[in-house]
Design a protein around this ligand. Sequence first.
Ligand code: LFR
Length: 480
Amino acid sequence: AAVKSYAAVDLGASSGRVMAGRVGPGTLELTEAHRFPNRPVRLPEGLRWDMLGLYTGVLDGLRAAGGVDSVGIDGWAVDYGLLDADGALLGNPVHYRDPRTEGIAEAVRATVPADELYAATGLQDAPFNTLYQLEAARTSAQATYAERLLLVPDLITYWLTGEQGTELTNASTTGLIDPVTRDWSYGLARRLGVDLSLFAPLRQPGDPAGVLRPEVRELIGAAGPVPVTAVASHDTASAVAAVPATKERFAYICTGTWSLAGLELDAPVLTEESRTANFTNELGLDGTVRYLRNITGLWLLQECVRAWGDPDLGELLRAAEGVPALRSVVDACDTAFLAPGRMPERIAEACRASGQPVPGSPAEITRCVLDSLALAHRRAIEDAQRLAGHPVDVVHVVGGGARNALLCRLTADACGLPVVAGPAEAAAFGNVLVQAQAQRVVGDRWHMRDLLTRTQPLTRYEPQGDTAPWRAAEVRLAWR
Ligand code: LFR
């Protein structure tokens, strides 16, 4: 049978990439066609995404990827562009780290209490949920003229094809989707005064999303018509689809700017305990639920590295390995770390405030960040198993952090479970595989995972030592 070619556009918070994939029976290959930085821009009105720059990167990447049988687009969640009645973008999409949503969740909860919000949507309480962003901008000039809202990957899809839709896995991060019906939460939208006609019709992963516009085809040098396929367009949903698990008792950690740690479930967990533990029920491939917690992630380190003037990461990690373990830890889920800037100082301040030794050198701070991430991974995976009643025997680390051996080793030790690391480009793999699924080249997600395990190099880390020091560190953060 034939091997097919796909282009995966994967937009992350710090870089975008276009990957060229080849899929066939027993074949799965992914090569990087083009990578480009995603640099947010600080304007007088706030922190904004450079959407035109990203679109240009996408076009360059599609040209570099060459002839393909289909294109798919995934990206980070919650953010969106607003279009006017002519279909033109109204201004630069706002970055989820922009402070405009401060205090908004509290205001929304005055209309719909937190427990009712959770019962309706199963979504974590993050300040940047689309719902809160919409509320923050309710009286803005843009909101007045907006006729359509497109989430970031759907906006890129629209520019490429001229067709509008709202892909479900990403829509599940808006705070407006019911995870049981997997449709809009109409009652909630009514109570909050959100006009759902702003959103284009829902699309499922695998649905056709149009064909490249003739102008785009010409720009990228495509000979014939090129279909675009809706993939699991939330990058985390694509990454979870490509977790190379072999059986159901697994946990995953999607690492990148964030660490998204949790389980794949058949149904949402909407209990009060789950709500107060701040677990989210986002939607995944094949009718699954991504039950996970957002951990601030390698963002903590990225921001330190930026503050230190971009030293060599490999050297920094080697130096951190030499620093004694678990001297000081911070709460890597604290939304106090959400905003950019002054990260080494903020980490030192958090250590001081909790009465722990204050890390000073870059090596010490790096060690503190990695220990803190491993500790947060441990806690999320323990909590998820308990709250969902779904025990696991293995933790899969996918995404950029799979390349960070120290982080993987510490995570195995902290969890007291083996860690299987890889693939690092999980989101792009998931993207390509859903396109292949739509074209009947592969079957369901277990078939995809089987193909991944057979073709991709994975690294296994066995847990060392006992977990007592990690439990003690949890006590220091008053987690126990
Ligand atoms: C990861 C991610 C997370 C989401 C955050 C903000 O890239 O998509 O899943 O919570 O970015 O969109």
